[in-house]
Design a binder for this molecule. Sequence first.
Ligand code: CMX
Length: 135
Amino acid sequence: MNKIEHIGIAVKNLTNSIDIYQKLLNTDCYKTELVASEAVNTAFFKTGDNKIELLAATSPDSAIAKFLEKKGEGIHHIAFAVDDILEEMERLRNEGFVLLNDQPKKGADNKMICFVHPKETNGVLMELCQEIKWV
Ligand code: CMX
């Protein structure tokens, strides 16, 4: 795995949190994106080489709504950049980790993604992400 690609933070109100993080990081949100398949609205910030993704639920059934209900606002996942997501998924499966999707799926910010169940990673939801390259 390569560097941490981003840290995902679950928030109740995206508009309010964009305002807070713009003030905190002293930089503008560079992108907002609805990921309908995940029932989530996202907002991205860059600080140096690092990225923060704010996540707000668009439906009570979404993973983010359930997370907020159980744990409240806070760090939801850590995402690692990978060069070859299929290879990395195979490696993790062989190491006994439980992947939450069989195939990579389209995530926010032009990425193919796969999640690793937090039960096997000391309570932290992990995400693999590979940049989609358009040829
Ligand atoms: N980090 C750490 N633990 C988490 C978690 C998270 N983000 N989300 C849930 N959990 C915990 C639950 O609290 C629960 O713990 P306990 O058993 O101690 O109560 C445990 O994981 C299992 O929870 P569950 O009730 O069996 O399952 P959930 O319905 O809560 O689903 C999960 C949990 C991780 C399987 C589900 O949220 C999932 O599939 N996540 C991947 C997709 C996702 O998170 N999408 C939103 C982000 C999309 C994006 O980044 O674009």
